[in-house]
Design a binder for this molecule. Structure first.
Ligand code: HSE
Length: 383
């Protein structure tokens, strides 16, 4: 199978190298922006060279511009080529539409590397949806923030130093706000929900990143044997609706999540028949992500075509029924907003563990506190 590429950055280059060695595959042309074009033997600046090449069966896209990725996808699918994307930002917005187009054209649309880097979690969920029932999916789906949380707790790094190193190591997005705000994790759990339930939740989502976390918070957790991780969660409510959110979670030090170090990710699915399945692996980086792209191509060769079900559509996440106890650090004057099971005053700061409360309510209270110009950090307490 001849495979053309769109994008020749960290992931694209690794995909190209792997294509040269993979069984039954060969690299086609690589589409380059004119300013990066260097070698006419394998590069082109004209997408038509790829679209009009009858030998090119599949296009792999590894770029960050979602709108551009969508245009490349539409053109490739319309030209009857299989399309594999590693762009979570693109699939989280256009996935449902591209799934319909790919099915109409009888070609594949796969995006395994867009969720979990190296881990074949979307494939596992896609298969489970067809013969089991996915009850929930959750995990550490962002390598940058995991690296930062781990470096702050184990090495005593400041937030700023940990972020700088994560950027230098190539884990972070071009704009790391997507990582630290939880937006990147949220896109990944949106994809996991779309694959598991046929609902791509685009509204009603709750997202809290690690931007409000301080070194004092981390020291406080460590003294209590707790480890903070940024967790994406999705699942089905009892009424059949879907919930999806991202928030920091505090785990006991013996929990599997606490032993996920550096830039690693963890993805956990819970299915009715299969039970609990946990994958741990590299969540970012060229070779690990490229390996998941190649896995999609292997799947295409084995006639696997779609991760999303035929009727996949955009929907609204219903997070009202999803409850957690929360650790909350607030100014003393905001402490009364919470029903506290435990409370500890430290100067003007109050650290509370709340009674179980809806995810949606916790996120709304934090937004209200910030709208009043005051600070808050919160993390769910793992069950
Ligand atoms: N910035 C992302 C992360 C890259 O840190 O997980 C992989 O999606």
């Amino acid at each position: 199978m001849k495979v053309a590429l769109v994008g020749f950055g960290t992931v694209g280059k690794s995909v190209y190298d792997m294509l040269e060695k993979a069984e039954g595959m060969t690299p086609g042309k690589v589409l380059m922006l004119p300013e990066f074009f260097t070698d006419p033997t394998f590069q082109t600046t004209d997408y038509n060279d790829i679209l009009n090449d009858p030998e090119t069966e599949a296009v792999v896209e590894c770029i960050t511009n979602a709108k551009a990725g969508y245009e490349y996808a539409r053109a490739a699918l319309n030209a009857g080529k299989h399309y594999v994307s590693s762009s979570k930002a693109m699939v989280a917005v256009y996935g449902a539409e591209l799934n319909r187009l790919a099915r109409e054209k009888g070609v594949a649309f796969l995006f395994g590397a867009a969720c979990g880097g190296s881990m074949p979690i979307l494939m596992a969920l896609s298969q489970s949806r067809q013969m089991d029932e996915v009850l929930s999916v959750s995990g550490i789906l962002n390598g940058t923030t995991n690296y930062m949380l781990d470096a702050m707790q184990r090495k005593g790094c400041t937030y700023e130093a940990a972020l700088k190193t994560a950027q230098e190591l190539g884990y972070a997005e071009a704009d790391p706000t997507a990582d630290v705000s939880g937006a990147d994790s949220l896109r990944k759990i949106m994809l996991a929900c779309a694959v598991s339930y046929g609902v791509l939740p685009s509204e009603g989502l709750n997202r809290e990143g690690i931007e409000s976390l301080t070194a004092e918070d981390v020291n406080h957790f460590a003294a209590r044997g707790l480890v903070c991780r940024l967790i994406a969660k999705g699942g089905r409510n009892e009424d059949g609706s879907v919930y999806a959110c991202v928030e920091p979670v505090l785990f006991g030090k013996n929990a599997p999540e606490s032993s996920v170090l550096d830039n690693n990710n963890l993805a956990k699915s819970v299915c009715r028949y299969n039970g609990s399945l946990v994958l741990i692996g590299q969540g970012a980086g060229g070779d690990p992500t490229a390996s998941n792209v190649l896995r999609d191509l292997v799947n295409i060769r084995a006639a696997y075509r779609h991760y999303l079900p035929a009727d996949c559509k955009e929907g609204t996440a219903m997070n009202d029924a999803c409850l957690s106890r929360y650790y909350v650090r607030v100014d003393g004057q905001d402490a009364g907003l919470f029903q506290a099971e435990e409370a500890e005053q430290d100067g003007s700061v109050c650290r509370i563990v709340t009674a179980a409360m809806p995810v949606k309510k916790m996120h709304q209270l934090a937004a209200d506190i910030r709208a009043n110009g005051r600070k808050v950090f919160f993390a769910a307490m793992a069950e």
